[in-house]
Design a protein around this ligand. Structure first.
Ligand SMILES: [Zn+2]
Ligand SMILES: [Zn+2]
Length: 422
């Protein structure tokens, strides 16, 4: 068999690995990379119409964003995904399309292509298996976001594990990712945090709760920008632990994603707790946001990196208040408003550079394995061949040195590289 790296090779973004058996061609994910200068698509993929199936790990756009484009180019094959991934993919693709249209971006596809790609999705439940063109597949919980999967494939007397984005650690929202894959010959691992660890999550949770308490004691508001899928729900669960004496609001896509996930309770650790947390919070209805700006409150909303969404409205009305706080709950990519806020204490609102006087703090609630955990899982699985991808060059190189010293056949492919496995 062969693996062709159409993306996520020494980079994070546009995950798209082609698996070639003697008989057929398949894709593992089909994502995009969002950069400052626009969208980057997987490279070097020819004859999309000959792809036999896409095995989809999860709904994030860096794993699904190119599906409509490839559909437009004639890819008409089953896209195998969990029902939660399918529902979230619709939400995220439609949102990206809306934003793309607002920014007059050249997307290369239409709304119709999103509908067609979604119509090609066939459901697989976690721990269920199937076969297509003599390739056996089984989906396992990856612990990354609801619906996310690590995928085991068996073909030509070899067993291959694609971790997808992976978190073996339990969180308030999710069970930890599965680690029981049996014997694996080839492991394709993500390595987003391949060269660094996260602080203990419980300490991070405590620190965030304390900052909110401090902020409220000063009479300020606490803004909690969160990614819509996963992080917003985790924040709801965390904040529901206390009675704050002020309303906890949830607004925008954070609310939409929460409602959608409650329709897929199997993908959550304790759906009833999330239900209860949402019931305790106040849902901001369309057109009613302006009533909240002057109220002392805690607000969970999107976008997590302040690149758009309702959080911009909230910051617009809060940025001069030294007693309020903006508490970032995720990774802030370079050149985003979130990163600018952390590094320079300003953001761009409607194109205007705006100084922010509030307290700003970042909390590491990552949904990816830290380096130590990842290494522990790799040693446990102990594959013959380790393919390292979905990491920046430093993380990939760190993992390569570590794995090579332990005697693994480690590969760190570059873009468009072909790996032959006999
Ligand atoms: Zn992801
Ligand atoms: Zn990813």
């Amino acid at each position: 068999m062969k693996l062709v790296m159409h993306g996520a090779a020494r980079e994070v973004g546009r995950s798209c690995i082609e698996l070639q058996s003697k008989q057929s061609r398949f894709l593992l994910d089909c994502g995009i990379k969002l950069t400052e200068s626009g969208t980057e698509y997987p490279v070097g993929l020819e004859r999309a119409d000959a792809i036999r199936a896409v095995f989809l790990s999860h709904a994030h756009l860096d794993h699904t964003g190119a599906l409509p484009l490839f559909d437009h180019r004639g890819m008409k094959c089953p896209i195998i995904a969990t029902p939660t991934t399918k529902a979230l993919t619709r939400l995220l693709l439609e949102d990206a399309f809306k934003i793309g249209r607002l920014q007059h971006a050249q997307l290369g596809y239409e709304q119709l292509d999103i509908d067609k790609a979604l119509a090609c999705m066939s459901n697989v439940q976690l721990n269920d298996s199937g076969t297509i063109d003599n390739v056996y597949y089984k989906y396992f919980d990856a612990g990354h976001i609801p619906g996310s999967s690590s995928i085991v494939l068996a073909l030509e007397n070899k067993k291959l594990l694609y971790t997808g984005d992976y978190n073996p650690q339990e969180t308030l929202l999710m069970h930890g990712g599965s680690q029981d894959f049996g014997d694996v010959d080839i492991m394709i691992t993500e390595t987003t945090y391949g060269d660094r660890d996260h602080p203990p999550r419980t300490a991070t949770e405590r620190r965030l709760l304390q900052r909110i308490e401090d902020t409220l004691a000063l009479g300020g508001k606490a803004l909690v920008p969160s990614f819509a899928v996963g992080r917003a729900q985790e924040m709801l669960l965390l904040l529901a632990r206390k009675d704050w004496g002020v309303p906890v609001y949830i607004d925008g896509m954070a609310l939409e994603a929460t409602q959608l996930l409650l329709e897929h309770p199997d993908s959550l650790k304790e759906a009833d707790k999330l239900h209860e947390a949402l019931r305790k919070a106040q849902q901001v209805r369309r057109g009613e946001r302006h009533k909240i700006f002057s109220k002392q409150s805690i607000v969970i909303t999107t976008s997590g990196m302040l690149t758009g969404g309702p959080i911009i409205d909230y910051i617009k009305h809060t940025h001069n208040d030294v007693n309020s706080a903006i508490l970032l709950t995720g990774y802030q990519a370079e050149h985003t408003n979130g990163r600018l806020l952390m590094d320079k204490h300003h953001v761009y609102i409607d194109g205007w550079k705006t100084a922010v006087k509030c307290t700003v703090e970042q909390f590491d609630f990552s949904a990816h394995a830290g380096a130590t955990e990842l290494k522990r899982v790799i040693r446990k699985i102990s594959p013959h061949t380790l393919v390292v991808q979905h990491g920046d060059p430093a993380a990939v190189e760190h993992m390569r040195l570590w794995a090579a010293a332990l005697g693994f056949d480690v590969r760190t492919p570059s873009l468009n590289e072909v790996i032959s496995i006999d």
